[in-house]
Design a binder for this molecule. Structure first.
Ligand SMILES: Nc1ncnc2c1ncn2[C@@H]1O[C@H](COP(=O)(O)OP(=O)(O)O)[C@@H](O)[C@H]1O
Ligand SMILES: [Mg+2]
Length: 313
């Protein structure tokens, strides 16, 4: 079952197409990652999906509800952590959690239990009596995300939840989110940190300039775009004649740093490699080292975003 279905969802601010006719289908029980560079339209998408702003046009169904006609029904069943901080400066950490639980009508006993659980899970013991205004940015972010778990929800939206967190707190948060998904929660979260998307997401959409340019599992994204490998060939001697020999081979670059280095960067790197090996062999040139640099999600991301920019320019 899909708990988010968007069709041609569109939001413009003057001439800026912040979200440009996107289609989305997010299955229940998964972590859906929304990945894109700054200004891509991630936050605007989250605000649209959570009914905080209305779309300029398009259709949106959240948890089976027409979200444009019935935004309040949607809001009762979801959790949202926006990018901008929201806290009452003079409230202590534990009071913030407590108060948020009251806002959501969580019963007293349940509220107490949850406050204690979250203080432990989010490592807030040492700061539980501190006022929000006295916390570091990372601590505030942790409290802001923790607070959302004071109430039950079916679907949680997180806009760059790990910004400002140290690696430990980041990992702890991601693992906590995973555990919640294992017990039935669906999470839609945005990030510009690729390793984090790879770590936690079942599916990833890449957004650039308001448009979704790829949607797939992390593994499939690698399969689809990862064939563009970088292969490096090293020859110990400086052999200037190699430049001439390879002058007709596309997608390879030669430099003479320590010896001769040939770098192949191609969608068909295997084919280019074979051509080069053939030429080197014919000319009795020995190769010292041959290595393939594995494609990371980061390279795929840069390539996909780069291609989409090139085709729209
Ligand atoms: N309230 C607004 N008024 C005018 N322009 C906006 C507003 N919100 C977002 N934008 C523009 O929409 C685009 C997408 O922004 P945003 O959704 O915040 O991107 P991201 O979260 O991916 O960094 C940007 O060009 C941004 O300047
Ligand atoms: Mg944003």
């Amino acid at each position: 079952m899909s708990c988010i279905v968007a069709n041609s969802l569109y939001k413009s601010y003057g001439s800026v197409k912040a979200v440009d006719e996107i289609d989305l289908s997010v299955k229940s029980g998964q972590v859906f990652g929304f990945l894109g560079p700054n200004g891509a339209g991630k936050s605007t998408t989250i605000k649209l999906l959570t009914t905080l702003i209305p779309p300029t046009s398009g259709k949106l169904n959240i948890l089976g509800i027409d979200a444009i006609k019935n935004p309040l029904q949607v809001r009762n069943r979801i959790g949202v952590v926006l990018q901008q901080p929201s806290y009452e400066p003079t409230l202590s950490v534990e009071k913030s959690l407590e108060k948020y639980g009251m806002m959501w009508d969580v019963k007293r006993k349940e509220r107490k239990d949850r406050v204690e659980e979250l203080i432990s899970v989010f490592d807030l013991k040492d700061i539980r009596k501190k006022r929000n205004e006295d916390l570091s940015i990372g601590q505030r972010r942790r409290v802001q995300v923790a607070r959302e778990f004071m109430h039950d929800m079916e679907l949680l939206f997180l806009d760059e939840p790990t910004v400002g967190l140290d690696p430990n707190a980041r990992r702890q948060l991601l693992d906590f989110l995973k555990s919640k998904v294992n017990s039935g929660l669906t999470i839609f979260f945005t990030t510009h940190v690729l390793t984090e998307a790879e770590y936690i997401c079942d599916e990833i959409a890449i957004i650039n300039r308001g448009k979704i340019i790829a949607v797939d599992s992390p593994d499939e994204l690698k399969n689809r775009f990862g064939h563009a490998k970088t292969i490096k060939i090293h020859i110990s001697e400086v052999q200037k004649k190699i430049s001439d020999l390879l002058s007709n081979v596309k997608d390879c670059k030669i430099d003479f740093n320590t010896g001769t280095n040939i770098t192949i960067n191609s969608d068909e790197s295997e084919v280019v490699l074979m051509k080069i090996l053939q030429i080197l062999n014919t000319n009795h040139i020995n190769i010292e080292d041959l290595s393939a640099v594995p494609t990371s999600l980061e390279e795929i991301f840069l390539k996909v975003v780069g291609d989409s920019n090139a085709s729209s320019n």
